[in-house]
Design a protein around this ligand. Structure first.
Ligand SMILES: [Zn+2]
Length: 254
C-alpha cells in the first residue's frame, strides 16, 4: 500500500509540447509521457526567467518531472532537462516541422492512455530533425505514415487490394481502399481515382510501415520520389484522421 503522500506524486519523463499562459507568471503545459499519455500540469511562476522550473518546462524540452497531483490539475514540483532539442528551437523551419509532428501526436495520444510507441517515434523524429542532415520532408513522411500505422490505420501494402497478388511492381495507391493496386487491367480500373505509384515510392512506403524502429530512417530518396511519397502520406494522414494539418503551410510563405 502506498501512503497518501506517495500517491499524490508522479515521477515521469516526458516532452513538453504546448504551453499556455495563466495568471501573472504561471503557465499550463501539456506533457507527453510513456506511461500516462498526455498530461496537463500547472507550472507555478514558470514564466519568470529565473524560475527553477522555467528551463525544463519549455516547449520541446524532454525532462524528468516530479508532478504533484492536485484536485483538478497536476502541478510541476520539479523538472530536470534531459534533452533540450536546441537544434529545433533555433531554426524556424525545423520548429515548424516539429509543430506539425506535435499536431499529429496530440491527435493520437490521449490522457491516461500510455502510448510508448508513438512517443518513441515522436522523439526519434525530433532527434533526426535536430541532429541529422536528413531532408525534413523525408523525416515528415516517415513520421506521418508510421504514426498513423501505429495508431491502427496502416495502409495495405503487401498485396494488391483488388486481386490479392503480390507483384514486384505495383501500379497505384488507392486512398479509397487504403492500399496498393497492381497493373492488371481489372485492378487498374478498380479505383479510377488511385494515384500512380513509382517502384521507389512503393518500396519506401512498405519500408515506413514495416521497418524495425532502428532501421526506420535508414534510407534516402531522390527529390522526385520523395515528392511523390510526401503527397501520398500527407493525404493519407488527412483522410484517415479526418482533419487538416496546416502548420507546414507556413513554410510555403517564407
Ligand atoms: Zn491486382
Amino acid at each position: 500500500m502506498l501512503r497518501s503522500s506517495e500517491m499524490s506524486f508522479l515521477k515521469t519523463e516526458g516532452i513538453v509540447v504546448r504551453e499556455v499562459s495563466t495568471g501573472e507568471a504561471d503557465k499550463i503545459i501539456t506533457i507527453l509521457t510513456r506511461g500516462q499519455g498526455r498530461i496537463s500540469a500547472l507550472v507555478k511562476g514558470g514564466r519568470r526567467p529565473r524560475s527553477r522550473l522555467s528551463a525544463g518546462s519549455q516547449v520541446f524540452c524532454y525532462s524528468d518531472f516530479v508532478l504533484y497531483r492536485g484536485r483538478e490539475l497536476y502541478s510541476v514540483n520539479s523538472c530536470e532537462v534531459i534533452e533540450p532539442f536546441y537544434g529545433i528551437r533555433d531554426d524556424i523551419a525545423k520548429l515548424t516541422y516539429a509543430a506539425h509532428f506535435t499536431d499529429i501526436v496530440l491527435e493520437l495520444i490521449q490522457e491516461n492512455q500510455p502510448a510508448p510507441k508513438l512517443l518513441n517515434l515522436f522523439l526519434n523524429s525530433l532527434h533526426m530533425l535536430a541532429r541529422s542532415s536528413r531532408e525534413p520532408d523525408l523525416i515528415t513522411c516517415i513520421f506521418e505514415l508510421r504514426a498513423v500505422s501505429i495508431a491502427g490505420f496502416a495502409p495495405h501494402v503487401q498485396a494488391c487490394m483488388a486481386c490479392g497478388a503480390a507483384p514486384e511492381k505495383y501500379y497505384s495507391f488507392s486512398f479509397r481502399d487504403c492500399g496498393f493496386l497492381c497493373d492488371r487491367p481489372g485492378c487498374i480500373r478498380h479505383d479510377g481515382a488511385a494515384l500512380p505509384l513509382s517502384v521507389g515510392a512503393s518500396r519506401a512506403i512498405q519500408h515506413i510501415v514495416f521497418a524495425p524502429v532502428k532501421e526506420l530512417f535508414s534510407f534516402g530518396l531522390s527529390r522526385e520520389v520523395l515528392d511523390e511519397v510526401v503527397r501520398i502520406t500527407g493525404r493519407y494522414l488527412r483522410e484517415r484522421l479526418e482533419r487538416e494539418f496546416t502548420k507546414l503551410d507556413f513554410l510555403k510563405n517564407i
